[in-house]
Design a protein around this ligand. Structure first.
Ligand code: SAH
Ligand code: SF4
Ligand code: F3S
Length: 452
């Protein structure tokens, strides 16, 4: 494994300076923040809770939608007083925004001292040290190693009961709306043995559940020829992990072999699948470059439901993609109803730099997008509450993750990925226990512990 050079990093680069990281974005970014803290801690920086205590502030920013760059500038603006008071303060921007904007960030906002990308996180301690070493130096480090093997050890500072393990990064799909292939580079898979080793280490640190993480986990292909289904089977068989989840799947690569392996390993692999469909209309799907039609998506759902009868599904949806008509939007609403998704993550289409769809002439009006999004959520809410109520009276296996000391409640997730609250003591954290659901609310289920 490409071990981090601890000797070099444990030198005195940080000299006890406080570092604060502000994180936006997906689980990949949240995971990267943990990596940044870990690396900086090894170099003798101290993670702090507030920007006021920090000598180094980092914005790990996401650029998937909206106006991420404006968000970055406005957050940096709020640190003006801190910077005036403390000339030692250094501000950096990383994540997908760093990768996308590069030196523009420093040109437009001189308070920013350094910019780094999604492929240069491991150099962060050195970048920060260089920023301090060279008075007034500005550093931009955003090179992307397109085809280098993806050797990166999972670095989690304080793993809880459940944690993420990267299995791949980048994406080669180039959906016409999406910036990820530009901000995360080409797809690279981690060697299978590295994934297994990391999971074994995490288990020793108390982790009970891992979520295998990638932009498109289904196209995972390891050095030894294993595909994603093989990886899942081997994690289940060759480690003592109690529960396995994964995200995100791409419908075009989702296959029978995977559902069969999920079913065969159902004692460990959760029966929950997040399968973004984006649009329920085949013409829009083609313009999105998604590689499947509405009918093909529904076929995959049929295959999944046949193989895993108790499966719970969630999805991502974009409304108001360029050229989307009312009828085409109605196809999206009808698909949500037909599949019966328990959870949907829906977004207004947002034009992104470098992407094909941003150049399409027939952009949809913002107010139309807003109306469609609200309608979609309203329609889904009606259905979702019914689906949630069906859990009342059922007994679910809940892996307890947290306690609320104020009201002696604990919370955790069921294998269906439902958030469940119930009365219980802190000693339950890390245990999987049966909980009878007594009341369903839109975002959470309330239950009671079933005594043995
Ligand atoms: N790799 C995952 C998704 C990553 S981005 C996949 O392929 O499904 C997470 C979600 O953000 C996407 O599923 C999509 O619904 C949404 N998204 C991505 N680009 C967007 C854009 N330009 N505008 C609005 N939503 C977008
Ligand atoms: Fe973006 Fe498509 Fe890749 Fe997902 S599969 S990250 S939506 S390009
Ligand atoms: Fe955002 Fe980058 Fe993730 S754009 S959604 S942080 S991959």
């Amino acid at each position: 494994m490409d071990q981090i050079n601890n000797e070099k990093l444990s030198s005195d680069l940080g000299s006890g300076r406080g570092v604060y990281i502000s994180t936006y974005g997906c689980q990949m970014n949240v995971n990267d923040t943990d990596r940044m803290y870990s690396l900086l801690e090894m170099a003798n920086f101290s993670p702090v809770q507030t920007p006021e205590e920090a000598s180094v502030i980092i914005l790990n920013a996401c650029s998937i939608r909206e106006k991420p760059v404006h968000k970055v500038y406005s957050e940096v603006g709020t640190y003006r007083k801190l910077k005036e008071r403390n000339p030692e303060l250094r501000i950096g921007v990383g994540g997908c925004v760093g990768q996308q904007e590069k030196e523009n960030l420093i040109k437009n906002q001189p308070m920013i001292d350094f910019v780094f990308g999604t492929d240069t996180i491991d150099s962060l301690p050195q970048i920060v040290a260089d920023v301090y070493a060279k008075e007034k130096a500005k550093i931009v480090s955003t090179k992307v190693e397109h085809r280098s093997p993806y050797h990166v050890e999972t670095l989690v500072r304080n793993p809880g009961v459940s944690t993420f393990v990267n299995i791949a990064k980048g994406c080669d799909n180039f959906c016409s709306f999406c910036v990820v292939p530009y901000t995360r580079g080409r797809e690279k898979s981690r060697p299978l043995q590295h994934v297994l080793t990391d999971i074994r280490h995490l288990i020793k640190r108390g982790v009970k559940e891992v979520t295998l993480l990638g932009q498109n986990v289904n196209s995972y292909h390891s050095d030894c020829g294993a595909d994603f289904a093989d990886l899942l089977a081997r994690v289940a068989k060759e480690t003592d992990i109690e529960r396995i989840r994964y995200t995100t799947s791409h419908p075009k690569d989702f296959n029978q072999k995977l559902v069969d392996i999920m079913y065969a390993n159902q004692d460990k692999v959760c029966e929950y699948i997040h399968l973004p469909f984006q649009s329920g209309n085949s013409r829009i799907l083609e313009r999105m470059n998604r590689g499947y039609t509405r009918e093909e998506y529904l076929e995959k759902i049929k295959m999944i439901k046949a193989a895993i009868p108790n499966v719970v599904l969630s999805t991502d949806i974009i409304v108001g993609f360029p050229g989307e008509t009312e009828e085409e939007f109605a196809d999206t609403v009808s698909l949500v109803k037909e599949v019966g998704f328990e959870t949907i993550f829906a977004f207004k289409y947002s034009p992104r730099p470098f992407t094909k769809a941003a150049k399409f002439a027939d952009q949809v009006d913002e107010s139309v997008k807003g109306t469609r999004l609200n309608y979609l959520f309203d329609e889904h809410d009606k259905m979702a509450f019914e689906l949630a109520k069906a859990y009342e009276g059922r007994i679910l296996d809940v892996l307890v993750e947290k306690s609320e000391p104020t009201d002696s409640k604990v919370s955790g997730r069921s294998t269906q990925n439902k958030l469940v609250h119930f009365l219980g003591s802190e000693s339950l954290i890390g245990k999987t226990v049966p909980v009878r659901i007594t009341k369903a609310f839109p975002a959470v289920l309330r239950g009671e512990l079933v005594q043995a």
